[in-house]
Write a protein that binds this ligand. Sequence first.
Ligand SMILES: Cc1cc2nc3c(=O)[nH]c(=O)nc-3n(C[C@H](O)[C@H](O)[C@H](O)COP(=O)(O)OP(=O)(O)OC[C@H]3O[C@@H](n4cnc5c(N)ncnc54)[C@H](O)[C@@H]3O)c2cc1C
Length: 401
Amino acid sequence: MHVIVAGGGLGGLALAQGLRRAGLSVAVYEKDPDAAFRNQGYRIRINSDGITALKELLTPQAFEVFAATAATPGARMSTFDHRLNLVHAQELPLSPDLPGGGHLAVNRTTLRQILLSGLDESVHYGARFSRYDINPSGTVTAHFTDGTSATGDVLIGADGVSSAMRAQYLPQAQVVDAGLRLLYGKVPFADHEDRRAIPPELLGLWTTVVGPEKRFVGLAPVRYREPMHRATARIAPEIELSDDSDYLACVFGARREQFPCTDEDLFAMEGPRLRALTLSLLEGWHPVLADVVSAQDPASIFPVSVRTSVPTGTGPPTAVTLLGDAVHVMSPAIGVGANTALRDARLLSDHLVQAADGRPLAEALHAYEKKMTGYGFDAVRDSAGRGHALVGQDPLPSHEE
Ligand SMILES: Cc1cc2nc3c(=O)[nH]c(=O)nc-3n(C[C@H](O)[C@H](O)[C@H](O)COP(=O)(O)OP(=O)(O)OC[C@H]3O[C@@H](n4cnc5c(N)ncnc54)[C@H](O)[C@@H]3O)c2cc1C
């Protein structure tokens, strides 16, 4: 069985790793011109679903590198008001069998480099998927915008939030603006002194500080246990990783109408102006928060428009399906978008292996979609519910099918 994957992000590459381990033939088509294109070096929290999926999909050495290069931020989730009075704190349960007790924080670039390891021959860059045809023989042909095409037994759409695969496969599916804009940035922890300047109660797994009109600041430290190159030299010298330094992820968020500019202006702003804009929206907040935002590296700041899918059904089974943000993109309110994409990759890998072993392909894909849309759209609803209650995300449209 030859599997074609459109999109080489976290979910698509994790699937390719699993299929390769199982001995299936796989080719990934990614629109970016190369692996290092775009700044993708932000913090991603990986929970027990994500860790369990990676353990199954990656080679044992690559999984060991993943675990060694992830930060272990503990399990404390806290909410403060803008004067830094504690509103709520909880210790999440630990899974003793998993690294970090099931709570890890990784650099997305590092995770992607690990997911790319060993796939050199299978990943094709500069290939923007545009549409597919189901052939009379039952095979499927993917077409790319440069006029080239690729044919396989099954085609997986792992092409993220603006999925071209979804547009063709599930034309009724909607992705809507959730009403929030986020400014992501990093505060470098150059030395121990930088860390000591920040109260330790703000340095748990994730801290949300919510102020007037539900504006908020999210804080999460990323502290590595050893340099990347030392981990790879010890475990798997063939895996090449860029090094990274410790930092505090610092996200400002608010409803779009609270920004004194249009989206067009916001997305055209450079880091120093984005940082000044954040500071202007934090007037009257505890001075520690202004200090933290002032210490953001301007080059690290970028805006994000929060979007969410609207839960929907899937069509009759064919030789194509979707995974990750392409089908169930969600707001970051519970921090599980990537974890759900990795869970999909694990589930789909299992089902494709069953199909390669003789289970009818349409039946295997249908069984995958039933489970995936169940937990995936539950996560979309949970994220929207929490995002609405805590930071004013728009509720999901009521005409959800
Ligand atoms: C700043 C930020 C922080 C986040 N933090 C967390 C977190 O802490 N925990 C968490 O669980 N989730 C987090 N997420 C969400 C998470 O990153 C996504 O849910 C996850 O990356 C989805 O994986 P994916 O493979 O479905 O899509 P992606 O990783 O987005 O990959 C899609 C890939 O498809 C490619 N592509 C797009 N269109 C085409 C096309 N037409 N043809 C070919 N290739 C195409 C893209 O270039 C990309 O490489 C965060 C997201 C952001 C932006």
